[in-house]
Design a protein around this ligand. Structure first.
Ligand SMILES: Nc1ncnc2c1ncn2[C@@H]1O[C@H](COP(=O)(O)OP(=O)(O)OP(=O)(O)O)[C@@H](O)[C@H]1O
Ligand SMILES: [Mg+2]
Length: 288
């Protein structure tokens, strides 16, 4: 069963006279790490909300097409039930934290599932351990750093044991070092727990190397979907105002000048490509 199967989804928020998503189709297979990007206002958050049923249940509007999560239509299941299969982490952790202790915030979801006390405790222990904040369990979320708050928010979602996790620009309020550490956490959660990940992000320099696939939206439509190296070296990105990773852009410029380089997605890959070209020169031999 596919974690996610979006079928010709068109969505217009109530009160708007324009659609925020237009005929979007995309599939996410089990174990994928899909990076979704696109210019501001292109519909990324609306799409994320549709993956967990917030669109259309909490944000009404006109919905055509469908979103299937593990085979069922989000239109036909309540948000609370979808949350046990697919979890959404927002930009702003304050959206997800509202009690006076990390532990209570993380317990909130499992409590709503009416699980026995032992099972709730077990889930809380497991979730805060998974995001490496076990030592913060009694702290008030508002006292924590932005990075710690985001980990607590992730733990509160993990406690529902979803096997699909969606992150909507989870590092928007974090400095580069905390952002890097959060992306590393997301990647390790994916590997350790075997979950499927959809990450919405525009800091492509930091995340391109994590993705198994990249989907680009523009004006509510999917304009590119495929292998990260192919998508990120596509000229369409520049036209729609999406900044490809600097390493990719550098090698594309050199390719335009006639150098036989492959498109890299990281500085390490770019270095390899450039050294390959320099290989025949004295500069390359010295470095070799
Ligand atoms: N709750 C809402 N009610 C009405 N219109 C909305 C609502 N949320 C978003 N929109 C509109 O839908 C379009 C897509 O917005 P969305 O937030 O999904 O884009 P985005 O790609 O996530 O943007 P950003 O990069 O700024 O986060 C925009 O035109 C926006 O104004
Ligand atoms: Mg958004």
């Amino acid at each position: 069963m596919l974690p996610l199967n979006v079928k010709n989804l068109t969505f217009t928020y109530e009160g708007n006279d324009f659609p925020s998503l237009v005929d979007v189709s995309m599939k996410v297979e089990e174990g994928e790490f899909v990076l979704v990007t696109g210019p501001s206002g292109c519909g990324k958050s609306t799409l994320c909300k549709s993956f967990v049923g917030l669109v259309p249940h909490s944000y009404p509007g006109k919905m055509e097409g469908d979103v299937e999560v593990f085979g069922f239509s989000v239109k036909e299941k309540p948000v609370s039930e979808i949350a046990t299969r697919a979890g959404l982490v927002f930009q702003d952790p304050e959206n997800q934290l509202f009690t006076l202790s990390v532990e209570n915030d993380v317990a909130f979801g499992p409590e709503n599932l009416a699980l026995p006390r032992d099972a709730i405790r077990e889930r809380v222990d497991w979730s805060i351990g998974a995001v490496r904040i076990a030592d913060l369990r009694h702290r008030a979320p508002f006292e924590l750093s932005g990075g710690q708050q985001q980990r607590a928010a992730i733990a509160s979602i993990l406690a529902m044991k979803p096997t699909l996790m969606i992150f909507d620009e989870p590092t928007a309020f974090l400095d580069p070092a905390s952002a890097k550490s959060l992306f590393e956490l997301i990647y390790s959660l994916k590997k350790e727990l075997g979950i499927t990940v959809v990450l919405v992000e525009h800091r492509l320099d930091m995340v391109a190397a994590l993705a198994s696939r990249v989907v680009v939206l523009d004006g509510g439509r999917v304009v590119l979907d495929g292998d990260p190296r192919e998508v990120l070296s596509n000229k369409v990105l520049e036209r729609i105002g999406v900044g490809a990773p600097a390493a990719t852009r550098l090698c594309m410029r050199l390719r335009e000048r006639g150098f036989g380089l492959e498109a890299p997605i990281s500085v390490e890959e770019a270095a390899k490509e450039i050294l390959k070209v320099l290989g025949g020169t004295s500069l390359g031999r010295d470095r070799g």
